[in-house]
Every structure is written in structure tokens, then in C-alpha cells.
Design a protein around this ligand. Structure first.
Ligand code: SF4
Length: 330
């Protein structure tokens, strides 16, 4: 059996850019979170809390007021988690993090939060499944049952909705539907709820048996392909070689970012241009425990916090080969 375990994020990363996959999963250089993912984490925790029957009163108040601001318990929880994960008051686009979290919570709670007319079967479900020739895993926000039909619900905190190929060939909904079909024998409905889009939050997907079995063949192929993933494979599907997507989605060369060198400042905004984490050369620090296992990586010396027998190693990362050809030709 292969030791490759596939997840939606792993598959999506590979689909977006082969070198991003290589750096993230083969070299183990994690790019870390950002304000968007931190906000998503907080909102998920609040939802998990509000699902408890004893918290229904908070749900009612938030829905009635269309804000969490009159609900001190929830405000305190948001602030506590924000402090713990280091989320500042504003993000790099000067958006107010608390206000965005507030809006996202209200949107999520307004989207049939308790699955009325059905039954909430499970929340925050992690799965691992070993199929013939592949291993998959994932985490499902909610599974609800409506009569003989099942619905998988996934909350999204991203600033854009799926378009183009990400919508047509949607890896996460297919992967989770495959798991559900294999373990329960039923093809579920799949519903994404985009929390930043209160006026139009839904994207629904449902697959036929043929589509899901076709997807299963695809992941068997990918499982084989990912074994012995070397530099040759790492440069076989670079985002920079895919041009700019015609549908305006976040793909192809857009993923690389405009920044031409580390610290490249936009004269218009006075702020640093965004860049893919792997675009520029830099030192990467691998922090290891006493047994030599990597605990985390960072490119910031100030983020290194050694405890006990921890050590760290420096890796002089040459950056993405597409933008740093001279380093690779040496
Ligand atoms: S800079 Fe572009 S091509 Fe290079 S790793 Fe990042 S997304 Fe891929």
C-alpha cells in the first residue's frame, strides 16, 4: 500500500502548482497561515460552540441583532482565540478582522445552521479511508440527513468563490463525496457556504456514481504519480507556465504574485507586493525536537522558539526555479 495520503488541500496544491506541492509536502516548508485562514479558524470554532443545545440562546440573539457585538460571551471567545493565534486588528488589506469575523458568523448562522427539517448527523468529522490503491483523509464541517438524502456542508472563509476549473472539477466536494459513497453507500449532496458572500453564499454540487468512480481512478493515478516526487516532477506543472486564467480566478501566473524581489514595495500603496511564499530565495529554518522530527518551519528568526531538546537547522532555499533560474544553473 502506498504511503501517500491524499487530502483535498494536497490535491488542490498539486493542481495549482507542482513546485508549491514539492516545497510544501516534499521539502516540508509550510507557508504558515494568513489573516484569512486565521479568521476561518475562529469562525469554525464559534460554529462548533454554537451547535451545543445550551448555546441556542446566543444563536437566537445573534440572528435577531445580525451581529455578535451584543453577545459578550461570543465576543470574548473571538478575542481570546484571536489573541492566542496572533490575529491583529487589521489584515494586510486594512480590513478590520473582528468586523469580518462578525459578518461571517452572521452569514453562517443564517444559512440553516441547525439543518431544520432534517437531522444533524455529525459535526467536525475527520475521516481516513483506505481504498484499493489510495488513502484519503479530510475533515467535514457538518453532515445532515434529510429523509433518505444526506448533505455534506463545508464553510468557506475565502474572499472569492469557486469559478472556472475549480468549480467544474472541484476536488474537495468530489473527495468527500467519494469517502461518503464508499463508507455509507450513498451519494450525498454537497454544499459550500461562502461566508464572505452573505447575498449569495451557496455553491451546491452533486455527483453521479459514474463521476465519483471516475474520480476514484484519478486519485489512484495521482497516488502513483506522487510516489518518488522529484525535482523533475516539481517543475512539470509550474503555475508560472500556465499563463493568466481567462476566468479571472486565482490560478496560473496570478498565484506567483507581482513581487519581483524580497521586500518589493508598491509605489502606489507603500506596501510590499504580495508573492507566493516559495517565489524568492531565503533561509528556511527547520525546528526539530530531540528525536530529530520537524516540529515546524519558518523563514523568520524571531519565530523560532526552542524548548527542551529542540534544535534548528538552516536550509538555504533557492526559491522557485521559474523565477530564480540562475540559482539552479550554478
Ligand atoms: S512562484 Fe509561481 S511557479 Fe513558483 S512555486 Fe509559486 S506559484 Fe509556483
Amino acid at each position: 500500500m502506498s504511503n501517500v495520503i491524499l487530502s483535498a488541500s494536497k490535491l488542490s496544491t498539486l493542481k495549482g502548482c507542482s513546485f508549491t506541492y514539492y516545497a510544501n509536502y516534499e521539502l516540508g516548508m509550510k507557508s504558515g497561515g494568513n489573516s484569512g485562514s486565521d479568521r476561518g479558524t475562529i469562525v469554525h470554532i464559534i460554529f462548533e460552540n454554537l451547535l451545543k443545545p445550551s448555546r441556542r440562546k446566543y444563536f437566537n440573539q445573534i440572528i435577531s441583532d445580525k451581529t455578535i457585538k451584543n453577545c459578550p460571551v461570543i465576543v470574548r471567545l473571538v478575542q481570546k482565540i484571536s489573541n492566542r493565534i496572533g490575529l491583529g486588528t487589521h489584515d494586510n488589506k486594512d480590513q478590520h478582522n473582528f468586523d469580518l469575523i462578525d459578518e461571517m458568523i452572521v452569514t453562517g448562522l443564517s444559512c440553516d445552521f441547525y439543518c431544520e427539517g432534517g437531522e444533524l448527523e455529525a459535526a467536525e468529522t475527520e475521516f481516513n479511508y483506505e481504498g484499493e490503491g489510495y488513502n484519503i483523509r479530510g475533515a467535514i464541517d457538518k453532515i445532515a440527513r434529510f429523509g433518505s438524502n444526506y448533505k455534506i456542508i463545508d464553510y468557506k472563509s475565502s474572499a472569492s468563490k469557486y469559478t472556472g476549473d475549480d468549480l467544474e472539477f472541484n476536488i474537495q466536494s468530489m473527495l468527500y463525496s467519494l469517502w461518503f459513497y464508499k463508507t455509507k453507500g450513498v451519494l450525498p449532496e454537497f454544499q459550500f457556504i461562502f461566508l464572505r458572500f452573505p447575498d449569495d453564499p451557496y455553491i451546491n454540487k452533486q455527483y453521479t456514481e459514474l463521476e465519483i468512480l471516475g474520480f476514484e481512478e484519478y486519485i489512484k493515478y495521482i497516488t502513483k504519480y506522487l510516489q518518488n516526487f522529484d525535482m523533475k516532477k516539481a517543475i512539470a506543472g509550474l503555475a508560472s507556465d500556465k499563463g493568466y486564467p481567462a476566468d479571472g480566478s486565482f490560478g496560473g501566473k496570478v498565484m506567483c504574485g507581482y513581487s519581483k524581489y524580497p521586500g518589493h514595495i508598491s509605489p502606489k500603496t507603500g506596501k510590499e507586493y504580495w508573492a507566493c511564499y516559495y517565489k524568492h530565495a531565503r533561509n528556511i529554518y527547520y525546528i526539530k525536537d530531540g528525536s530529530g522530527n520537524v516540529k515546524y518551519t519558518t523563514d523568520r528568526l524571531e519565530d523560532i522558539k526552542l524548548v527542551g531538546d529542540d534544535t534548528f537547522e538552516v536550509f538555504p532555499f533557492k526559491g522557485c526555479p521559474s523565477w530564480n533560474r540562475s540559482f539552479y544553473e550554478q
